[in-house]
Design a protein around this ligand. Structure first.
Ligand code: ATP
Ligand code: MG
Length: 238
């Protein structure tokens, strides 16, 4: 599938701008985010998505999650998704962590009873017991991450979409996330992970894809794909 963002031009307001850019007409500029991206993720697979900033990784996850719509092509999702894509989406900073767990869990499809049964597990996983009745606006970004991840993985998902989750977590929490990856694998769950940490891809992924400028440059074994990326990113490649 492919995706183009159409960005409206800033309106020309001064005569100077008009003379500087006489042929620029109002309308929109096109930003190609994804071009002919095609792959299949198998059930139970850990699939990594890597590539430089702006290469289309988050756009791809958002299309899989149904947050954005592709322009061409089809996306087929077989199973329950738990999207963990942008930190803080669905959270209200003016409410306490306790209330946010209730609201977010409900948004993600947990019933009242399930929420009741899993609340303590969510808090325990996040290790935020001491802060549970504090407003979220006083949380650090790492605390935010802990809470959001703890909720996302308490949902009964078949497919977990993760975008850059580990970036703001400390070493201990990262290890905890890695341990949860192993657990999900044992349970046959599918994980699609976007990350800049190539070591994580090599350690956990069954396969990976490399996106550059919205195009797939490599697909396959993590070692090969990360090697291609490193070759691309090295100054000698330019
Ligand atoms: N909502 C949007 N509106 C317009 N353009 C967008 C939007 N979201 C993404 N883009 C553009 O699409 C391209 C891909 O962006 P995307 O966020 O998918 O990159 P990324 O690979 O996730 O980068 P990063 O590693 O920095 O997170 C970029 O050129 C970006 O400017
Ligand atoms: Mg991104």
């Amino acid at each position: 599938m492919s995706k183009i963002f159409r960005l409206p031009h800033e309106r020309r307001t001064t005569l100077k701008e008009y003379f500087l850019h006489p042929f620029r007409h109002d309308g929109h500029e096109e930003q190609r985010a994804l071009q002919d991206v095609t792959f299949r993720v198998e059930p139970g697979e850990f699939f990594g998505i890597i590539g430089p900033n702006g290469s289309g990784k988050s756009t791809l996850l958002k299309i899989i999650a149904g947050i954005y719509r592709q322009d061409t092509g089809t996306v087929k999702v077989n199973g329950l998704l738990s999207p963990f894509i942008e930190l803080g989406v669905g959270f209200n900073p003016e409410l306490t962590a306790r209330d946010n767990i209730r609201i977010n869990g409900t948004l993600l499809g947990l019933t009242r009873r399930e929420l009741g049964a899993r609340f303590d597990d969510i808090v325990a996983f996040s290790e935020l017991e001491r802060f549970i009745d504090q407003k979220l606006k006083n949380f650090s970004s790492g605390m935010y991450l802990r809470l959001a991840y703890a909720i996302a993985v308490q949902v009964d998902f078949d497919i977990l979409l993760l975008d850059e989750v580990l970036a703001v977590g400390d070493a201990a929490f990262q290890e905890k996330c890695f341990a949860s990856f192993d657990r999900f694998r044992a349970l046959g769950r599918t994980i699609v992970l976007v990350t800049h940490d190539l070591g994580v891809v090599q350690r956990f992924a069954d396969r990976a894809v490399l996106l550059i400028g919205g195009e797939m440059r490599a697909l396959g074994a993590p070692d090969d794909v990360t090697e291609k990326y490193e070759a691309f990113a090295s100054p000698l490649a330019v």
